[in-house]
Design a protein around this ligand. Structure first.
Ligand code: IMP
Length: 405
């Protein structure tokens, strides 16, 4: 069976959730392998909006086994809440449909507190992601497996004490009491305990049974801790290598799909060469509803940047593109695309003709306006990767696939 990996090619928020949701229709297994509740995947089913922070996007498909790999940092309160909310909306998750790796690390309330105190410089999501990965690397983290061997509470309390001492002694800041949050954590831990298991073994079994497996990346290539715009990055490997370390199973990915917005956005601080801090950027923000799914922050918007996308292709070996939010370019004329850099490292642009009509109603490639087809053809030629999926709106129905040669 064909294995697929879907990764963000830019700074996250490319619309991966929707693409993954569509691909999950035929998948047997959906796997998350890195990040945590900093991700925010939005999927619309009819008029209903679902936002997932931690759960894999396959949870809306009844036949899919959803796996949360060892590479994640899991906010136990958040995941228990997502499971409960889904149940309230009629989606019942059982341990047969969701497994959380014993090796995944726990984001404790203290991790969130310290992220709130110290994460401002680079504009983190404040979800405790960086501090939890830091404690993983310092070998004092708490793994989900401790829920099965009875050491969870003592480990959480030990790391909480260590963080409190650090905040007070090193940073001279006050560490707030949060007993209520800890009580919430103990209750949430009980609720998720049945879901904790050996994800590596489960995935390997499925792979050996020839199941169709879909890996779902969080964030985007340019936020990768190694390959992104360091230090304005997240704390995990968001690129293809993270899929292996974060799940513990080697798979040959036949489809390596770059989810690429038809323009560029970024939340948080850091370089953004093609940013349009002007009416074009404002237009894209309004048109694309460019506000963070996790934090609600307005996203910075700008033109597509081919040099950065080429880098993403080198890192991930992308062989297909899912182009999203093409409809947000409706009415912009001309459209600019950065094709290189000048001697001062500033973007060099090419201008392409825009289109006045809406791409929304198109259900196949030939139904797109000629200028939209030309835009896609231009990207394919310049990037050397075919555009297999085109998304023209937020709903499940507003996207189509092209047959690739
Ligand atoms: P952290 O992941 O919360 O540590 O934040 C580090 C950087 O990654 C910040 O610039 C965040 O805005 C950015 N970031 C984290 N998750 C996402 C995401 O899902 N989409 C877009 N940006 C993200």
């Amino acid at each position: 069976m064909a294995n697929t990996i879907v990764l963000g090619a830019q700074w996250g928020d490319e619309g991966k959730g929707k693409i993954i949701d569509a691909l999950a229709a035929t998948a047997d297994v959906v796997v998350r392998f890195q990040g945590g509740a900093n991700a925010g995947h939005t999927v619309y089913v009819d008029a209903e909006r679902f936002v997932f922070h931690l759960l894999p996007s396959g949870v809306l498909r009844p036949k899919v086994l959803n796996l949360v790999g060892n590479g994640l940092v899991v906010d136990v309160i958040e995941v228990a809440e997502e499971i409960r909310e889904l149940a309230e909306r009629g989606v019942e998750l059982t341990p047969q449909r969701l497994m959380l790796s014993t090796g995944a690390h726990v984001v404790t309330p203290a991790h969130r507190i310290i992220d709130g105190l110290l994460g401002g410089k680079i504009g983190t999501t404040g979800r405790g992601i960086g501090p939890t990965y830091t404690d993983k690397a310092r070998r004092r983290g708490v793994r989900l497996g401790s829920l099965l061997d009875g050491t969870f509470r003592e480990r959480v309390l030990a790391v909480t004490d260590a963080i409190r001492a650090e905040v007070e002694k090193v940073h001279g800041a006050e560490f707030p009491a949060h007993d209520g949050k800890l009580e919430e954590l103990w209750a949430a831990a009980e609720a998720i305990r049945p879901f904790v298991g050996d994800v590596q073994a489960a995935l390997y079994r499925k792979a050996s049974d020839d199941a169709e497996i879909l890996f779902e990346g969080g964030q985007g290539t340019l936020l990768d801790i190694d390959h992104g715009t360091y230090p304005f990055v997240t704390s995990s490997n968001t690129t293809i290598g993270g899929a292996y370390s974060g799940s513990g199973v080697f798979l040959d990915f036949h489809h390596r799909i770059a989810v690429m917005k038809a323009y560029t956005t970024r939340v948080g601080n850091g370089p953004f060469p093609t940013e349009q801090d002007n009416e074009i950027g404002e237009h894209l923000r309004a048109r694309g509803d460019e506000y963070g799914a996790t934090t609600g922050r307005p996203r910075r918007c700008g033109w597509l940047d081919l040099p950065l996308l080429r880098k993403a292709i080198i890192i991930n070996g992308f062989n297909e593109i899912a182009l999203t939010k093409l409809d947000c370019l409706d009415g912009i004329d001309p459209i600019r695309v950065a094709v290189g850099r000048d001697e001062l490292d500033q973007p060099v642009y090419e201008e392409l003709e825009g289109w006045t009509e809406s791409v929304g109603p198109a259900t196949h490639f030939d139904a797109l306006p000629a200028a939209a087809r030309a835009y896609i053809g231009f990207l394919e030629r310049r990037l050397g990767v075919p555009v297999r999926i085109v998304s023209t709106g937020p709903g499940r129905d507003s996207q189509f696939e092209r047959a690739l040669p």
